[in-house]
Design a protein around this ligand. Sequence first.
Ligand SMILES: [Zn+2]
Length: 344
Amino acid sequence: MIRNGWVLAVLGCSAALSSFAAYAQPGPLWQATTYKGREIGKLTGDVYYARSDDYVSAFMVTPDGIILVEPVGPEHATWLKGELDRRFGVPVKYVIYSHSHADHSSGAAVFKDTARIIGHEALLGLLAVPPSTTQLPQNQRAQDTNGNGRLERAEAQAQVAASFDFYDADGDGALSGAEATRGPLKLVTPPDLTYSAQVNIVLGGKRVEVIPIPTDHAPDNTIVRFVDGSNVVFASDWITNARVPFGPNITMPSELAKIRQVEALDFEHFICSHGRLGTKADVSANLEYREAVAAAVREAIAAGKTLEQARDTVLMSDYASWEFYEQQRPQNVAGAYRLLTANR
Ligand SMILES: [Zn+2]
């Protein structure tokens, strides 16, 4: 039965949870992009985007309230709540998490007085503080200069130092192995409602589809389709618009299949949570890039090239104008090489 609220519809998605490998897209990289300032703009019908610098969230306005995907962070959420109240005069009824990463999911508490918060059931496990016996992550141990197994505030470096208070779940001024392993998730409010298969939210006579697609980037990855005229799809940190995708696993066949699943949906506008606003053509272009990397690396392997030779010669120069080409193209190629030679 379709009614306002919670309507379950099984999508038949059999994608297994891929092993969690967060190739986090660090804040400083985003701060270096050319997207600056805050703005709200219309996409289609009653669906809008809201930008804070490189970060973009999206929402649908209905007579009975607003459905929002991604709070982004407390500052974005606080600004957006004020703007939504002023412009539309209806409350936010649902906040949907795209995935647990703190730079997308912090700040939903701002909407808690009127909204239900929705996230993939895997997000609950990611938010939980691991057992107290958990050791500092390998890549943070060098920061533990006094060797006591914890990171005191004065020891923390780089990204851990920048987000220290968000790691420090119990606020005691030092990060246990458990806190450091969990990540900077202190301002991520646990969801009120979780799902493991597609859910449709119907509000004010309009529909929003919440579609879980676990990816290499996030086991709780969820995309959102706003069904409103020419339709809008929101997918976070994954299929990027005119931006070279992040990390070494971008050519995994399972990843390509998931992008084809998105491409097959009915939509025109595509919001990738970062950077430039896109269309379905950007999803296709992202898929074509990945396929082209895989094909070129396959050719390099057939020609007897080493990983280093492939990385230095598979230049993907058709994509040189994409953002992060310099930083990510070598990683993409080296990763594809390892994937294609792993089972030999
Ligand atoms: Zn992410």
